[in-house]
Design a protein around this ligand. Sequence first.
Ligand SMILES: [Zn+2]
Length: 253
Amino acid sequence: MKKTIATVMLAVLSLLAMAQKWETPDWKNFRYPTIHFLDKAKGTQGSKIYNRIVPNPKAFIQQHALWVVQTLYWSTSDSIPNVKAIKYTLEDIEGISAKGGQPPVVNIFYSSQWVEKSESSEGDDKVLYETRGVLYHELTHAYQLEPQGIGGYQQGTEFWVFIEGMADAVRFHNGFFPVSDRKPGGNWMDGYRKTGYFLEWLTCKDPDFLRKFNRSTLEIIPWSFDKAMQHVLGKNVTTDSLWAEYQKFLIDN
Ligand SMILES: [Zn+2]
């Protein structure tokens, strides 16, 4: 009995320590979204693997929401989209993951088939790495700001490059893409990882680059990559000049 109490006390203490560690003063007022987790893939292998690796999906998703918001903002005083609830579904369908809806209620689906593929290629470590990486990407969509005055989400536009590039930049910044995949070539307009690695690299010029780039959508209307780059990094840069410098860095290293 004594041992049980001691164990419980230890668990409570370590939880408190964790709370203290992650909820720094700037973040103690962060309002975690309510998570509605629904396993629509019950009975599949992917569902079994997911539930084994993520025994508490609500806490897991909430914790990642905080980390995403900390990557994109300085504190809870910033203009952060008010995500009140996230409906997260595990589904037995093709694809990887996607976000739908707009704050206050956001939907995220995750494919149990993708979980199975990750498991069969590299096992549990890969499933956790992949699940967390994909979650960083989709939660960024829930919390990121959006360019104004240049139309909406349409593939090939700067709006789209910003949305998908930032989601992969946040994912990479938090350690959920291998740096070995960061290779020369392509264009900053490619979107996703090509743009994401580039945007993340710009944190070497300004540690707050991702936060400032996100916030630039409130400050520059109509928004553009060039105007935002100059706003954050100075008048004498263009996106192309920064990209050329980044390419040189990749080739030289
Ligand atoms: Zn996306």
